[in-house]
Design a protein around this ligand. Structure first.
Ligand code: ZN
Length: 128
C-alpha cells in the first residue's frame, strides 16, 4: 500500500461527526479508477441512524462513478486496530473481491493487512 491511502484515511478521520461516542474513525478506498475516496463515521442523536466510516467512503466511491474497491484503509483514533464491524464487512464485500486488501491502521501507519476473505470468510453471496 502506498502511504497516501493511509494518510487519506487519517485525514478523513478529522471529519468524523462523533459527538456521542467520541470515537472518530476514518476510511479510505482506492478504487479501480485509481482515485481515493474517503469517509468518516457520522453519528446521529437517534443512535441507530448513525453510520460508520466505511459506508461513507463507499458512498463517495459510488458517487464518483467507481464500483470496485482495490484496497481500503481503516483507522480509529482510540484503537490500535480498528477492524470493520460486521455490517461494514458485508458492505465492503459487495464492492470487493476475495483478495482485496484491507489495512488496519493506527495513527502511525498500517498495523495489520488482511484480505477480504480473511476478514469475512464464508460471506453471504449468491450466484448471480
Ligand atoms: Zn461499521
Amino acid at each position: 500500500m502506498s502511504h497516501d491511502l493511509f494518510e487519506a484515511a487519517r485525514d478523513a478521520m478529522a471529519f468524523a461527526h462523533a459527538p456521542y461516542s467520541k470515537f472518530p474513525v476514518g476510511a479510505a478506498i482506492r478504487a479501480e479508477d485509481g482515485k481515493v475516496y474517503t469517509g468518516a463515521n457520522i453519528e446521529n442523536l437517534s443512535f441507530p441512524q448513525g453510520w460508520c466510516a466505511e459506508p461513507t467512503a463507499i458512498s463517495a466511491m459510488i458517487m464518483g462513478g467507481a464500483k470496485k474497491i482495490v484496497e481500503i484503509a481503516v483507522i480509529a483514533e482510540k484503537l490500535a486496530l480498528c477492524p470493520p464491524c460486521g455490517g461494514c464487512r458485508q458492505k465492503i464485500s459487495e464492492f470487493a473481491s476475495k483478495g482485496t486488501k484491507i489495512y488496519l491502521c493506527d495513527e502511525t501507519g498500517v498495523k495489520k493487512t488482511m484480505t477480504m476473505d480473511e476478514l469475512l470468510p464464508f460471506s453471504f453471496e449468491t450466484e448471480l
